[in-house]
Design a protein around this ligand. Structure first.
Ligand code: SF4
Length: 421
Protein backbone atom coordinates (compact mmCIF):
# COMPACT_ATOMS: atom_id res chain seq x y z
CA UNK A 1 0.00 0.00 0.00
CA UNK A 2 1.34 3.46 -0.89
CA UNK A 3 2.11 5.95 1.91
CA UNK A 4 -0.81 8.31 1.08
CA UNK A 5 -3.15 5.30 0.99
CA UNK A 6 -1.84 4.15 4.39
CA UNK A 7 -2.33 7.63 5.83
CA UNK A 8 -5.87 7.68 4.49
CA UNK A 9 -6.56 4.30 6.09
CA UNK A 10 -5.54 5.64 9.50
CA UNK A 11 -7.71 8.69 9.08
CA UNK A 12 -10.70 6.97 7.41
CA UNK A 13 -13.04 8.64 4.94
CA UNK A 14 -16.64 9.79 4.71
CA UNK A 15 -18.55 8.00 1.93
CA UNK A 16 -21.38 9.88 0.19
CA UNK A 17 -23.83 8.02 -2.08
CA UNK A 18 -26.10 10.13 -4.32
CA UNK A 19 -29.59 8.93 -5.26
CA UNK A 20 -30.76 11.34 -8.01
CA UNK A 21 -34.50 10.60 -8.00
CA UNK A 22 -37.48 12.33 -6.38
CA UNK A 23 -41.18 11.64 -6.65
CA UNK A 24 -41.81 15.32 -7.50
CA UNK A 25 -39.49 18.32 -7.84
CA UNK A 26 -39.76 21.02 -5.15
CA UNK A 27 -40.09 24.59 -6.42
CA UNK A 28 -36.85 25.86 -4.80
CA UNK A 29 -34.58 22.89 -5.52
CA UNK A 30 -31.62 22.98 -7.89
CA UNK A 31 -30.01 19.72 -6.70
CA UNK A 32 -29.02 17.09 -9.23
CA UNK A 33 -32.27 15.19 -8.98
CA UNK A 34 -34.99 14.12 -11.40
CA UNK A 35 -38.73 13.52 -10.99
CA UNK A 36 -40.82 11.04 -12.95
CA UNK A 37 -37.93 8.68 -13.67
CA UNK A 38 -38.48 6.01 -11.03
CA UNK A 39 -38.47 3.31 -13.72
CA UNK A 40 -34.73 4.00 -14.05
CA UNK A 41 -33.99 3.17 -10.42
CA UNK A 42 -33.18 -0.56 -10.95
CA UNK A 43 -30.50 0.13 -13.62
CA UNK A 44 -29.17 2.99 -11.48
CA UNK A 45 -28.88 0.80 -8.37
CA UNK A 46 -26.88 -1.77 -10.31
CA UNK A 47 -24.54 0.99 -11.58
CA UNK A 48 -24.18 2.60 -8.13
CA UNK A 49 -23.23 -0.74 -6.54
CA UNK A 50 -20.63 -1.25 -9.29
CA UNK A 51 -19.16 2.21 -8.91
CA UNK A 52 -18.85 1.55 -5.16
CA UNK A 53 -17.02 -1.74 -5.85
CA UNK A 54 -14.65 -0.16 -8.39
CA UNK A 55 -13.71 2.68 -6.03
CA UNK A 56 -13.41 0.18 -3.17
CA UNK A 57 -10.85 -1.80 -5.17
CA UNK A 58 -9.09 1.36 -6.35
CA UNK A 59 -8.68 2.59 -2.77
CA UNK A 60 -7.60 -0.81 -1.44
CA UNK A 61 -10.52 -1.58 0.89
CA UNK A 62 -10.26 1.84 2.49
CA UNK A 63 -11.57 2.53 5.99
CA UNK A 64 -14.98 4.30 6.10
CA UNK A 65 -16.05 6.21 9.23
CA UNK A 66 -19.39 7.55 7.98
CA UNK A 67 -21.81 6.78 5.14
CA UNK A 68 -24.39 9.29 3.91
CA UNK A 69 -27.15 8.39 1.44
CA UNK A 70 -28.29 11.72 0.05
CA UNK A 71 -30.16 13.00 -2.92
CA UNK A 72 -32.64 13.20 -4.22
CA UNK A 73 -34.75 10.96 -2.09
CA UNK A 74 -33.01 7.77 -0.88
CA UNK A 75 -36.21 6.83 0.99
CA UNK A 76 -37.76 6.06 -2.43
CA UNK A 77 -35.56 2.95 -2.48
CA UNK A 78 -36.93 -0.33 -1.25
CA UNK A 79 -34.84 -2.11 1.41
CA UNK A 80 -33.99 -4.65 -1.32
CA UNK A 81 -32.51 -1.90 -3.55
CA UNK A 82 -30.69 -0.27 -0.68
CA UNK A 83 -29.35 -3.70 0.32
CA UNK A 84 -27.64 -4.12 -3.08
CA UNK A 85 -25.74 -0.87 -2.48
CA UNK A 86 -24.94 -1.45 1.19
CA UNK A 87 -23.66 -4.95 0.44
CA UNK A 88 -21.31 -3.50 -2.17
CA UNK A 89 -20.11 -0.93 0.40
CA UNK A 90 -19.37 -3.57 3.04
CA UNK A 91 -17.79 -5.95 0.50
CA UNK A 92 -15.23 -3.44 -0.75
CA UNK A 93 -14.68 -0.93 2.09
CA UNK A 94 -13.74 -1.50 5.72
CA UNK A 95 -16.71 0.21 7.39
CA UNK A 96 -16.14 1.00 11.09
CA UNK A 97 -18.41 -1.09 13.32
CA UNK A 98 -19.67 2.13 14.94
CA UNK A 99 -19.94 4.05 11.64
CA UNK A 100 -22.68 6.65 11.40
CA UNK A 101 -24.89 5.64 8.43
CA UNK A 102 -27.44 8.31 7.45
CA UNK A 103 -30.25 8.17 4.90
CA UNK A 104 -32.24 11.19 3.77
CA UNK A 105 -35.98 10.66 3.75
CA UNK A 106 -39.20 12.30 2.67
CA UNK A 107 -41.86 12.01 5.41
CA UNK A 108 -44.27 10.50 2.82
CA UNK A 109 -42.02 7.44 2.39
CA UNK A 110 -41.37 6.77 6.07
CA UNK A 111 -43.29 3.65 7.06
CA UNK A 112 -42.39 1.28 9.89
CA UNK A 113 -41.73 -1.59 7.45
CA UNK A 114 -39.46 0.37 5.10
CA UNK A 115 -37.54 1.95 7.97
CA UNK A 116 -37.15 -1.39 9.77
CA UNK A 117 -35.62 -2.68 6.52
CA UNK A 118 -33.24 0.30 6.44
CA UNK A 119 -32.25 -0.32 10.08
CA UNK A 120 -31.46 -3.99 9.31
CA UNK A 121 -29.08 -2.77 6.60
CA UNK A 122 -27.15 -0.73 9.17
CA UNK A 123 -28.74 2.71 8.58
CA UNK A 124 -28.70 4.27 12.06
CA UNK A 125 -29.53 7.92 11.37
CA UNK A 126 -32.44 9.41 9.45
CA UNK A 127 -32.47 12.93 8.01
CA UNK A 128 -36.01 14.01 7.15
CA UNK A 129 -37.03 17.06 5.14
CA UNK A 130 -39.77 18.71 7.21
CA UNK A 131 -38.94 22.28 5.98
CA UNK A 132 -41.89 24.09 7.61
CA UNK A 133 -45.10 23.20 9.43
CA UNK A 134 -47.08 26.02 7.80
CA UNK A 135 -49.42 24.46 5.15
CA UNK A 136 -49.37 27.48 2.78
CA UNK A 137 -45.56 27.57 2.81
CA UNK A 138 -45.28 23.81 2.23
CA UNK A 139 -47.43 24.33 -0.84
CA UNK A 140 -45.31 27.28 -2.00
CA UNK A 141 -42.22 25.06 -1.71
CA UNK A 142 -43.91 22.31 -3.76
CA UNK A 143 -43.40 19.75 -1.00
CA UNK A 144 -45.39 16.54 -1.40
CA UNK A 145 -45.87 15.96 2.34
CA UNK A 146 -48.28 17.73 4.70
CA UNK A 147 -47.35 19.16 8.10
CA UNK A 148 -49.39 16.42 9.82
CA UNK A 149 -47.28 13.77 8.12
CA UNK A 150 -44.05 14.83 9.89
CA UNK A 151 -44.90 13.59 13.44
CA UNK A 152 -46.40 10.41 11.98
CA UNK A 153 -43.21 9.75 10.04
CA UNK A 154 -41.10 10.48 13.10
CA UNK A 155 -43.20 8.03 15.14
CA UNK A 156 -42.79 5.36 12.44
CA UNK A 157 -39.03 5.94 12.42
CA UNK A 158 -38.88 5.61 16.23
CA UNK A 159 -40.96 2.39 16.11
CA UNK A 160 -38.54 1.02 13.52
CA UNK A 161 -35.68 1.69 15.94
CA UNK A 162 -34.21 5.06 14.86
CA UNK A 163 -32.76 6.82 17.90
CA UNK A 164 -30.98 9.49 15.85
CA UNK A 165 -33.17 11.67 13.62
CA UNK A 166 -32.49 15.03 12.01
CA UNK A 167 -35.22 17.34 10.76
CA UNK A 168 -34.33 19.79 7.97
CA UNK A 169 -36.07 23.17 8.11
CA UNK A 170 -36.06 26.25 5.85
CA UNK A 171 -36.63 29.85 6.90
CA UNK A 172 -36.51 33.24 5.18
CA UNK A 173 -39.33 32.22 2.81
CA UNK A 174 -41.54 34.63 0.88
CA UNK A 175 -44.63 35.42 2.99
CA UNK A 176 -43.04 33.81 6.09
CA UNK A 177 -43.33 35.84 9.26
CA UNK A 178 -41.10 35.32 12.32
CA UNK A 179 -44.24 34.16 14.15
CA UNK A 180 -44.77 31.31 11.57
CA UNK A 181 -41.17 30.34 12.05
CA UNK A 182 -41.42 30.36 15.83
CA UNK A 183 -44.48 28.09 15.63
CA UNK A 184 -42.65 25.67 13.32
CA UNK A 185 -39.71 25.54 15.73
CA UNK A 186 -41.96 25.00 18.74
CA UNK A 187 -43.89 22.28 16.88
CA UNK A 188 -40.65 20.51 15.99
CA UNK A 189 -39.25 20.83 19.50
CA UNK A 190 -42.30 19.03 20.90
CA UNK A 191 -41.10 15.92 19.04
CA UNK A 192 -37.53 16.22 20.34
CA UNK A 193 -35.50 15.18 17.27
CA UNK A 194 -31.81 14.65 18.10
CA UNK A 195 -30.67 17.13 15.43
CA UNK A 196 -32.14 20.14 13.60
CA UNK A 197 -30.76 21.78 10.47
CA UNK A 198 -32.19 25.20 9.60
CA UNK A 199 -31.19 26.72 6.27
CA UNK A 200 -32.05 30.15 4.95
CA UNK A 201 -33.77 29.94 1.55
CA UNK A 202 -31.51 30.71 -1.41
CA UNK A 203 -33.30 31.60 -4.63
CA UNK A 204 -31.42 29.40 -7.10
CA UNK A 205 -31.23 30.35 -10.77
CA UNK A 206 -33.71 28.51 -12.97
CA UNK A 207 -36.00 27.16 -10.25
CA UNK A 208 -39.80 27.72 -10.49
CA UNK A 209 -39.79 29.67 -7.20
CA UNK A 210 -37.14 32.08 -8.48
CA UNK A 211 -39.16 32.60 -11.66
CA UNK A 212 -42.29 33.33 -9.59
CA UNK A 213 -40.36 35.92 -7.58
CA UNK A 214 -38.97 37.47 -10.78
CA UNK A 215 -42.47 37.67 -12.26
CA UNK A 216 -43.61 39.13 -8.93
CA UNK A 217 -46.35 36.53 -8.48
CA UNK A 218 -44.58 35.72 -5.21
CA UNK A 219 -43.00 38.47 -3.05
CA UNK A 220 -39.23 38.72 -2.62
CA UNK A 221 -37.99 37.12 0.61
CA UNK A 222 -37.05 39.85 3.09
CA UNK A 223 -33.40 39.53 4.25
CA UNK A 224 -34.05 41.53 7.43
CA UNK A 225 -36.86 39.17 8.41
CA UNK A 226 -34.58 36.21 7.59
CA UNK A 227 -31.94 37.62 9.98
CA UNK A 228 -34.63 38.01 12.64
CA UNK A 229 -35.72 34.39 12.08
CA UNK A 230 -32.14 33.20 12.47
CA UNK A 231 -32.00 34.90 15.86
CA UNK A 232 -35.36 33.33 16.79
CA UNK A 233 -33.85 29.90 15.95
CA UNK A 234 -30.74 30.60 18.04
CA UNK A 235 -32.83 31.59 21.07
CA UNK A 236 -35.56 28.95 20.75
CA UNK A 237 -33.33 25.98 20.04
CA UNK A 238 -30.62 27.11 22.45
CA UNK A 239 -33.04 27.39 25.36
CA UNK A 240 -34.42 23.91 24.53
CA UNK A 241 -30.96 22.37 25.08
CA UNK A 242 -29.74 22.15 21.48
CA UNK A 243 -26.14 23.18 20.90
CA UNK A 244 -25.62 25.51 17.96
CA UNK A 245 -22.51 23.71 16.76
CA UNK A 246 -22.47 24.90 13.13
CA UNK A 247 -23.91 28.00 11.43
CA UNK A 248 -27.05 26.14 10.30
CA UNK A 249 -27.06 23.12 12.62
CA UNK A 250 -28.17 22.37 16.17
CA UNK A 251 -27.86 19.08 18.07
CA UNK A 252 -28.60 17.54 21.44
CA UNK A 253 -25.37 16.61 23.30
CA UNK A 254 -23.19 14.12 21.35
CA UNK A 255 -25.68 14.00 18.45
CA UNK A 256 -23.80 16.17 15.93
CA UNK A 257 -23.73 14.91 12.35
CA UNK A 258 -20.44 13.02 12.15
CA UNK A 259 -20.59 12.87 8.36
CA UNK A 260 -21.04 16.60 7.96
CA UNK A 261 -18.21 17.16 10.44
CA UNK A 262 -15.96 15.38 7.90
CA UNK A 263 -16.77 18.19 5.43
CA UNK A 264 -16.47 21.02 7.95
CA UNK A 265 -13.13 19.71 9.20
CA UNK A 266 -11.99 19.45 5.57
CA UNK A 267 -11.23 15.75 5.92
CA UNK A 268 -11.19 13.28 3.00
CA UNK A 269 -14.41 11.99 1.46
CA UNK A 270 -15.47 9.99 -1.55
CA UNK A 271 -18.71 10.76 -3.41
CA UNK A 272 -20.29 8.05 -5.54
CA UNK A 273 -23.31 8.47 -7.83
CA UNK A 274 -24.29 11.14 -10.40
CA UNK A 275 -22.90 14.59 -9.60
CA UNK A 276 -21.30 13.47 -6.31
CA UNK A 277 -18.16 15.37 -5.24
CA UNK A 278 -15.03 13.85 -3.74
CA UNK A 279 -12.03 15.34 -1.99
CA UNK A 280 -9.03 13.00 -1.81
CA UNK A 281 -5.25 13.23 -2.13
CA UNK A 282 -5.24 16.98 -2.80
CA UNK A 283 -7.87 16.76 -5.56
CA UNK A 284 -11.53 17.60 -5.81
CA UNK A 285 -13.38 15.66 -8.49
CA UNK A 286 -16.97 15.04 -9.41
CA UNK A 287 -19.06 12.54 -11.29
CA UNK A 288 -21.14 13.09 -14.45
CA UNK A 289 -24.55 14.57 -13.68
CA UNK A 290 -27.14 12.80 -15.82
CA UNK A 291 -28.27 9.39 -14.52
CA UNK A 292 -28.30 7.81 -18.02
CA UNK A 293 -24.80 9.03 -18.84
CA UNK A 294 -23.72 7.84 -15.39
CA UNK A 295 -25.04 4.30 -15.97
CA UNK A 296 -23.16 4.15 -19.30
CA UNK A 297 -19.94 5.44 -17.77
CA UNK A 298 -20.06 2.84 -15.00
CA UNK A 299 -20.55 0.13 -17.63
CA UNK A 300 -17.47 1.47 -19.46
CA UNK A 301 -15.45 1.44 -16.25
CA UNK A 302 -16.46 -2.16 -15.57
CA UNK A 303 -15.26 -3.08 -19.07
CA UNK A 304 -11.89 -1.34 -18.59
CA UNK A 305 -10.22 -2.84 -15.52
CA UNK A 306 -7.06 -0.81 -16.28
CA UNK A 307 -8.81 2.07 -14.55
CA UNK A 308 -8.63 0.26 -11.23
CA UNK A 309 -5.22 1.37 -10.05
CA UNK A 310 -3.82 2.59 -6.72
CA UNK A 311 -2.03 5.46 -8.54
CA UNK A 312 -4.45 8.29 -7.80
CA UNK A 313 -2.72 11.08 -9.70
CA UNK A 314 -4.63 13.83 -11.48
CA UNK A 315 -3.98 12.05 -14.79
CA UNK A 316 -5.46 8.81 -13.46
CA UNK A 317 -8.48 10.56 -11.97
CA UNK A 318 -9.18 12.28 -15.29
CA UNK A 319 -9.28 8.87 -16.94
CA UNK A 320 -11.76 7.31 -14.52
CA UNK A 321 -14.87 6.95 -16.73
CA UNK A 322 -17.38 8.26 -14.17
CA UNK A 323 -15.32 11.39 -13.33
CA UNK A 324 -16.53 14.55 -15.12
CA UNK A 325 -13.74 16.86 -13.97
CA UNK A 326 -10.85 17.23 -11.53
CA UNK A 327 -9.52 20.27 -9.68
CA UNK A 328 -6.15 20.24 -7.96
CA UNK A 329 -6.31 21.77 -4.49
CA UNK A 330 -2.97 23.44 -3.93
CA UNK A 331 -1.60 24.23 -0.47
CA UNK A 332 -2.94 27.79 -0.47
CA UNK A 333 -6.46 26.78 -1.40
CA UNK A 334 -6.39 23.89 1.09
CA UNK A 335 -5.44 26.34 3.88
CA UNK A 336 -8.17 28.84 2.91
CA UNK A 337 -10.82 26.13 2.67
CA UNK A 338 -9.77 24.56 5.96
CA UNK A 339 -10.01 27.94 7.70
CA UNK A 340 -13.32 28.82 6.08
CA UNK A 341 -14.96 25.49 6.90
CA UNK A 342 -13.63 25.46 10.48
CA UNK A 343 -15.10 28.92 11.06
CA UNK A 344 -18.56 27.53 10.29
CA UNK A 345 -18.24 25.51 13.49
CA UNK A 346 -18.79 26.86 17.01
CA UNK A 347 -15.40 25.39 17.96
CA UNK A 348 -13.89 27.66 15.26
CA UNK A 349 -10.41 27.38 13.81
CA UNK A 350 -7.97 25.83 16.26
CA UNK A 351 -4.49 27.15 15.60
CA UNK A 352 -2.71 24.01 16.84
CA UNK A 353 -4.64 21.68 14.51
CA UNK A 354 -4.08 24.02 11.57
CA UNK A 355 -0.35 24.21 12.34
CA UNK A 356 -0.10 20.42 12.62
CA UNK A 357 -1.67 20.06 9.20
CA UNK A 358 0.06 22.85 7.29
CA UNK A 359 3.20 23.60 9.31
CA UNK A 360 2.26 27.25 9.79
CA UNK A 361 0.17 29.25 12.30
CA UNK A 362 -3.10 30.46 10.68
CA UNK A 363 -2.32 33.98 11.90
CA UNK A 364 0.84 33.97 9.75
CA UNK A 365 -1.26 33.26 6.67
CA UNK A 366 -4.53 35.06 7.31
CA UNK A 367 -3.52 37.64 9.93
CA UNK A 368 -4.70 40.60 7.84
CA UNK A 369 -8.11 39.05 7.20
CA UNK A 370 -8.50 38.13 10.87
CA UNK A 371 -7.64 41.69 11.98
CA UNK A 372 -9.97 43.25 9.42
CA UNK A 373 -12.87 40.95 10.31
CA UNK A 374 -12.28 41.40 14.05
CA UNK A 375 -12.48 45.18 13.53
CA UNK A 376 -15.81 44.69 11.72
CA UNK A 377 -17.10 42.66 14.68
CA UNK A 378 -17.28 39.44 12.65
CA UNK A 379 -14.52 37.44 14.33
CA UNK A 380 -13.11 36.84 17.79
CA UNK A 381 -9.40 36.14 17.56
CA UNK A 382 -6.97 34.71 20.09
CA UNK A 383 -3.56 33.10 19.56
CA UNK A 384 -5.09 29.64 20.07
CA UNK A 385 -8.47 29.97 18.35
CA UNK A 386 -10.49 32.07 15.92
CA UNK A 387 -14.29 31.94 15.76
CA UNK A 388 -17.28 33.82 14.33
CA UNK A 389 -19.12 36.29 16.55
CA UNK A 390 -22.96 36.32 16.61
CA UNK A 391 -22.80 39.01 13.90
CA UNK A 392 -20.23 36.94 12.01
CA UNK A 393 -22.59 33.94 11.95
CA UNK A 394 -25.14 36.13 10.13
CA UNK A 395 -22.56 37.56 7.73
CA UNK A 396 -20.22 34.58 7.36
CA UNK A 397 -19.74 35.13 3.61
CA UNK A 398 -18.03 38.45 4.35
CA UNK A 399 -15.33 36.50 6.14
CA UNK A 400 -15.20 33.49 3.80
CA UNK A 401 -14.77 35.58 0.66
CA UNK A 402 -11.85 37.42 2.20
CA UNK A 403 -10.17 34.14 3.19
CA UNK A 404 -10.52 32.71 -0.32
CA UNK A 405 -9.33 35.92 -1.96
CA UNK A 406 -6.16 36.37 0.04
CA UNK A 407 -2.91 35.84 -1.74
CA UNK A 408 -1.55 33.62 1.03
CA UNK A 409 2.17 32.89 1.13
CA UNK A 410 3.05 29.29 0.34
CA UNK A 411 3.52 27.26 3.54
CA UNK A 412 7.02 26.30 2.38
CA UNK A 413 8.01 29.97 2.34
CA UNK A 414 6.22 30.79 5.60
CA UNK A 415 7.27 27.87 7.70
CA UNK A 416 9.96 25.91 5.91
CA UNK A 417 7.70 23.05 4.95
CA UNK A 418 4.22 21.70 5.22
CA UNK A 419 2.08 19.18 3.51
CA UNK A 420 -1.19 18.76 1.76
CA UNK A 421 -3.47 16.27 3.46
S1 SF4 B 1 -37.20 16.27 -2.12
FE1 SF4 B 1 -35.25 17.33 -1.75
S2 SF4 B 1 -33.92 16.75 -3.44
FE2 SF4 B 1 -36.03 16.21 -4.05
S3 SF4 B 1 -36.75 17.97 -5.20
FE3 SF4 B 1 -37.38 18.29 -3.07
S4 SF4 B 1 -35.70 19.49 -2.14
FE4 SF4 B 1 -34.94 18.62 -4.07
Amino acid sequence: MTAPMEKLRNQGIGLYLHVPFCQTKCSYCDFNTYAGQNDRIPAFIDALAWEVRLWGRMLGRQRVRTVFLGGGTPSLLTPGQLGVVMNAVRETFAVDTDAEVTAEANPEDVTVDRMAGFRELGVNRLSMGAQTLEPGLLKLLGRRHTAEKVPLALKAARTAGFANVNLDLIYGLPRQEPQHWRETLEGVLAWRPEHISAYCLTLEEGTPLTQQVRRQTVPDPDPDLAAEMYEVAEQTLGSAGYRHYEISNWALPEMESRHNLVYWRNEPYLGVGPGAHSCLFGHRFWTVLAPDAYVHRVARWRAEPAFVTPDLSEVTLRHVPTVADVERIDERLAMAETAMLALRLAEGLEAEKFSERFGVHPGDVFGTVFAECAALGLLDVTQARIWLTARGRLLGNEVFQRLLAINAPAAGAAAGGGHVS
